[in-house]
Ligand binder design. Structure first.
Ligand code: F6P
Length: 327
């Protein structure tokens, strides 16, 4: 299908994720290859509202493939949730004659894009960029692999000191509503317990599991707590366990925003390059309101509505495996 698209805009929105720059680079380079003009919108929807928009050419995206964060900056925009904000954003796009947009972000970003598309009929393609990996329609989101690698590196260090002192550590990782980071970090770092929002757990169950470990002569233990798990944060869980047990000296570590930074892994650079490239292809094919993803090593397109709503859940087999291996 041929389109009349001549000028496109790209922006990053929501929490930054390592690999976003590689995706921006791929968008700019493939679009330029197709003789399109590319504009970068700075600070996500905030910059769209304020008209913070600049032309991006191939050299503007040189030397960024390895950099964490986002050269386009990012924001979580409250103003874009209002009709007035979106109206202003539309005026900014029109002032630059933008025909279509590529949005790199997560749930909130695509929700905003869907609403905007309905109101102003500007084609939008989404690229999943969030460390949380909580979007349906892609095996991994950009940034997830790097975040898990960073978390595992941190847990490995905690393991050394936990082992030396015979301690139990509750280690909190990110994932407001999703346990993907916690599950993969837990498996990859050999944790004995993993607490995620998608799986109900109880303090009694947790203590029972810990006791089993003690019986098996486990001298120290690592428990990974997803930020959004239902029992509470790592500090609260540690206090509850402390009140009922005396077999370990208990400590807490919160990895926090360390997980969001750093140079993207090879897997994230590959994913971001493929998705940035494919997003431009999709626009040229006349697609709109879809998110580009990679599933089973193939690029696939999923309607925003489905990507946002059908919340992906961690694989039950992996959860079972983590429990068995963490004994
Ligand atoms: O969505 C990515 C994420 O890192 C979540 O895991 C976390 O809960 C949230 O962003 C933190 O957001 P902020 O940096 O705005 O506090």
């Amino acid at each position: 299908m041929s389109t009349n698209i001549k000028r496109i805009a790209v922006f990053t929105s929501g929490g930054d994720a390592p690999g976003m720059n590689a995706a921006v680079r791929a968008v700019v380079r493939n679009a330029t290859h197709k003789d399109l003009h590319v504009y970068g919108i700075y600070r996500g929807y905030e910059g769209m509202i304020d008209g913070d928009i600049k032309r991006l050419e191939t050299r503007d995206v040189g030397n960024i493939i390895h950099r964490g964060g986002t050269i386009l900056k990012t924001a979580r925009s409250k103003r874009f949730m209002t009709k007035e904000g979106r109206q202003q954003a539309h005026e900014s796009l029109m002032a630059h004659d933008i025909d279509a947009c590529i949005a790199i972000g997560g749930n909130g970003t695509f929700t905003g894009a869907s609403v905007f598309n309905k109101e102003f009929d500007i084609p939008f393609i989404g690229i999943p960029g969030t460390i949380d990996n909580d979007l349906f329609g892609t095996d991994n989101t950009i940034g997830f692999d790097t975040a898990v690698n960073t978390a595992i590196e941190a847990v490995d260090k905690i393991r050394d000191t936990a082992d030396s002192h015979n301690r139990l550590f509750f280690i909190e990782v990110m994932g407001r509503n999703a346990g993907f980071i916690a599950l993969n970090t837990g498996i990859g770092s050999g944790a004995s317990n993993i607490m995620i929002p998608e799986r109900a757990s109880t303090i009694d169950g947790l203590i029972k599991q810990l006791k089993k470990g003690v019986k098996r002569k486990k001298l120290f233990s690592l428990a990974i707590v997803a930020e959004g798990n239902k029992l509470g944060n790592a500090m609260e869980i540690a206090e509850l366990v402390k009140a009922q047990t005396d077999f370990y000296d208990i400590k807490v570590a919160i990895i926090g925003h360390l997980q969001r930074g750093g140079s993207p892994t090879a897997a994230d650079r590959m994913l971001a390059s493929r998705l940035g490239f494919s997003a431009v292809e999709a626009l040229m094919d006349g697609k709109t309101n879809v998110m580009a993803g990679v599933a089973n090593n193939k690029v696939v397109y999923t309607p925003f509505k489905k990507a946002i709503k059908n919340t992906k859940t961690p694989d039950a087999d992996l959860i079972h495996m983590a429990e068995v291996l963490g004994m």
